[in-house]
Design a protein around this ligand. Structure first.
Ligand code: ADP
Length: 448
């Protein structure tokens, strides 16, 4: 069987619930009013009969009934003599019942198509015994609750209809955001457009929360797709040039007139391009892993001074070749919880740049000190500096400044530095004066 929509099910369920509730209330009310009115009738009957007993007077054995009222508050009253013969009223009230007289007894008598409540009382007055009988119609009382019941049966469908209509409107409204979400999902699917967002509904209910969550998820998905696209385009763009060089070098080497020495040069150049490509690819993969959150660093307690001193000693040789002096002043006993390979790479990238963008006879100073609970690394060079309008871009992947030496630079060095610092819950910043030099500062939280 086809499942009904949630809107229909909710409306049906709660309309049935309201109808059942109304029927139950009506039933309870009906029973309660019936028993209450019966109780009232009984009290009325006893009071009327007792009053009448008090009012009856006998004079020389004759009852004086002229001034008596034989019908009061729905109760018909009759006076009988000791043998049970009717004395009064003389006129026929038309509501007599044939039942034996029983003193102080309340009973129900069904007669002449009606139901009667009967109460008799025996008394004596002026040494004459007499009976007073009171009776009232139960059928009339029942008719009142019957009428109530009838009114209710007319009102019930109206209330049920109003409840169903109101409920349908409310549930339809409540489900509008869900329909909107389905529409947006459909639009995203058919148009392959992840920039679409679910319009936020008013109020602060659970559906609004869901809309916000889904929009957040869409943003994350969009960012992740864009990163993927960017990665593919970056890689292809970055590998295009070395591949073209490799191809032309191969063609050149294969020419019959190319000499042995020239062939060796061509192969060297090919090797250099291959090394550059493999370095770009491995750095890119590492960055991509970092951005996707799939990279798992190998964290351990590291003493920064010792570790970075080894890097400085290694790089000193390289700096010397370029006519640049490298000095360092590293405070010992500063420990961080970090990944050794990555932290070595961080300093190597900074020193490589400081050499690359320096001038012959220039200087590089590396310092490490403690500032409260952080380790502060500074790499200062007396190089060409960075133009103010370029400073905000230098951290971007594949960004190369005008001064970049395109041969060996990849534009990934500082992206790596920033990612590594971030991975270690640290920061990185730069201060630079064009023509005078730059200072790169990295802070890392210390491991206490
Ligand atoms: P690259 O491989 O080009 O060095 P980086 O990401 O390491 O890529 O650096 C990005 C750009 O920032 C460089 O192209 C250069 O213009 C600038 N830059 C980085 N370090 C320095 C520095 N120490 N002095 C001057 N410019 C620098």
């Amino acid at each position: 069987m086809k499942r009904r929509s949630i809107k229909v099910r909710v409306t049906l369920w709660y309309t049935s619930f309201i109808v059942a509730l109304l029927l139950l209330t009506a039933g309870v009310l009906f029973l309660a009013t019936r028993s209450m009115s019966r109780q009232q009738l009984k009290e009325e009957l006893i009071n009327s009969v007792t009053d009448m007993v008090g009012e009856v007077r006998f004079h020389y054995g004759e009852a004086e009934t002229d001034k008596l009222d034989f019908y009061r508050s729905g109760v018909s009253l009759f006076i009988y003599d000791e043998q049970g013969y009717l004395i009064a009223p003389k006129v026929n009230l038309g509501v007599q019942v044939d039942a034996i007289l029983e003193d102080q007894t309340m009973k129900t008598v069904n007669q002449n198509g009606g139901s009667w409540l009967v109460y008799d009382l025996y008394a004596t007055e002026d040494s004459t015994g007499f009976w007073v009988r009171g009776l009232c119609s139960l059928t009339d009382a029942g008719r009142v609750s019957g009428q109530l019941w009838l009114v209710f049966l007319i009102v019930l469908p109206a209330v049920a209809l109003a409840a169903a209509w109101g409920g349908w409107r409310i549930t339809r409204r409540a489900f509008l955001p869900v329909e909107q979400m389905a529409k947006t999902a459909d639009a995203i699917f058919t148009g392959a457009d992840l920039s679409q967002r679910i319009p936020l509904s008013e109020g602060e209910d659970e559906l609004k929360h869901l809309e916000v969550t889904l929009n957040g998820m869409l943003s994350r998905l969009q960012r992740s797709f864009e990163r993927e696209r960017q990665f593919t385009s970056d890689v292809s763009h970055e590998l295009k040039t070395p591949l073209a060089v490799i191809r032309s070098q191969c063609e050149y080497a294969l020419l019959p007139q190319t000499g042995c020495d020239e062939k060796t040069e061509a192969v060297k150049s090919i090797l250099q391009q291959c090394a550059h490509m493999s370095s770009v690819v491995s750095q890119l993969l590492l960055l991509a892993k970092g951005e996707n959150g799939t990279f798992k660093p190998r964290l351990e307690r590291l003493e920064l001074g010792e570790m970075w001193e080894a890097v400085c000693m290694d790089m000193e040789e390289q700096a010397k070749k370029e006519g640049i002096s490298l000095s360092w002043n590293l405070e010992p006993e500063l420990y961080v919880n970090g990944d050794e390979t990555l932290l070595i790479r961080l300093l190597m990238n900074l020193i490589t740049n400081a050499i690359r963008y320096n001038r012959p006879g220039g200087r590089i100073e590396v310092s490490l000190s403690r500032q409260e609970n952080t380790a502060v690394l500074k790499v200062t060079d007396t190089g060409i500096g960075i133009a103010q309008d370029q400073i905000e871009h230098i951290w971007e992947r594949f960004y190369r400044g005008d001064s970049s030496r395109s041969g060996d630079s990849s534009g990934l060095g500082l992206s790596m530095v920033r990612w590594i610092a971030k991975l270690h819950k640290g920061t990185v910043s730069v201060e630079s004066i064009e023509g005078l030099g730059s200072t790169f500062t990295v802070t890392l939280p210390l491991d206490s």
